[in-house]
Write a protein that binds this ligand. Structure first.
Ligand code: IPM
Ligand code: MG
Length: 362
């Protein structure tokens, strides 16, 4: 096999169940690294609550330097009750927002795919969700999450007041729109742009730009939907969607909702990409402090995030496919962590699930 140039992957285990699930994903990466001669070098870093404990801030300069030097980043999850009372400027979530923004990771891809083996795990009727395959493209470095002015202050009457700003520039809208249209071309050729253009000016501009951009993609069918209707349609008839493109806050909400259609957020990976497709990959779920340290968390979303990383940032499709097929194979074997457990299945813990994947791969 030919030698490849070394690729650096930064591993950020984070908090809560993060270290457990990332631990399994790292073993999977090590196996495919050897098997396919990928030349990946792994390095570990700190982000979130663990970084606060070690350095006093959630996103230390050293982590930024490591992230900038890496070809891709794999993250577990950040946050937990331990840091809930902390000053809001250094909360663990600030670390996540910081790395997204400082690395320019504007394009968040959140697939919601129903594995046929898990059709019973969804709270919706099987006929409503079977075959579901949606991609939510969420803008990740703008909108109300980052808009200025923001803060909590006092009015002239001395009453406290909290405020944020929902703002998008034309170039930000075009950039995320392009990613959505390009993604749709590789899928089923449909983009639904979600906004609140009946009320919010920022999203009136959003709709105008998306419509204009759509002219460059005559092969892609563009539709628009208000966010309240989109929330309703997602539970009424989710299979009408292919790619959904939306702003930061609506995307945060709709992607959690879409994930649950598939039965478990524990199955869903995500990618956050910069303009050159360098990316940060993380499971769509959070740090689940309630089950941290118990060895019961589902590592599959993180393992699938590693597969996404191989495909989108490292151009290692063969290894990515091998991992995805291994996930399908262990589901076929009836292996289930608690979050996707159904009657008759073998319930396993985090490590056993990881080991089952390794067995298929080796
Ligand atoms: C997500 C999370 C984050 C977000 C939090 C942890 C800051 O909910 O990735 O969806 O709101 O973006
Ligand atoms: Mg969220």
């Amino acid at each position: 096999m030919s030698e490849r140039k070394t690729k650096k992957v930064l591993i950020l285990p984070g908090d809560g169940i993060g270290p457990e699930i990332v631990g399994e994903a790292v073993k999977v990466l090590e196996v495919v690294n050897a098997k396919f001669n990928l030349g990946i070098e792994l390095e570990e870093g700190l982000l979130g609550g663990c970084a606060i404990d070690a350095t006093g801030v959630p996103f230390p300069d050293e982590t930024l330097a490591q992230a900038q030097a890496a070809d891709a980043i794999l993250l577990g999850a950040v946050g937990g009750p331990k840091w809930d009372e902390i000053d809001r400027s250094i909360r663990p979530e600030k670390g996540l927002l910081g790395i997204r923004s400082q690395l320019g990771l504007f394009g968040n891809l959140r697939p919601a795919i129903l594995y046929p083996q898990l059709a019973d795990a969804s709270s919706l009727k099987p006929e409503v969700v079977s075959g579901l395959d949606i991609l939510i493209v969420r803008e990740l470095t703008g909108g109300i999450y980052f808009g200025e002015p923001r803060g909590i202050d006092k009015t002239e009457d001395g009453e406290r007041r909290g405020y944020n700003t929902y703002v998008y520039t034309e170039s930000e809208i075009r950039r995320i729109g392009k990613l959505a249209f390009e993604s749709a071309r590789k899928r089923n050729g449909k983009v639904c742009s979600v906004d609140k253009a009946n009320v919010l000016e920022a999203t009136m501009l959003w709709r105008e730009i998306m419509t204009d951009l759509g002219k460059d993609y005559p092969d892609v069918e563009l539709s628009h939907m208000y966010v309240d209707n989109a929330a309703m349609q997602l539970v009424r008839a989710p299979k009408q969607f292919d790619v959904i493109v939306t702003g930061n806050m609506f995307g945060d909400i709709l992607s959690d909702q879409a994930s649950m259609l598939t039965g478990s957020i524990g199955m869903l990976p995500s990618a956050s990409l910069d303009i050159n497709a360098k990316g940060l990959y993380e499971p769509s779920h959070g740090s689940a402090p309630d089950i941290a340290g118990q060895g019961v968390a589902n590592p599959l979303a993180t393992i699938l995030s590693a597969a996404m990383m191989l495909r989108y940032s490292l151009d290692m499709n063969e290894a990515a496919e091998a991992i995805e097929q291994a996930v399908g194979a262990v589901l076929d074997q009836g292996m289930r962590t608690a979050d996707i457990a159904t009657e008759g299945a073998t319930q396993v813990g985090t490590r056993e699930m990881g080991e089952a994947i390794l067995l298929v791969l080796s």
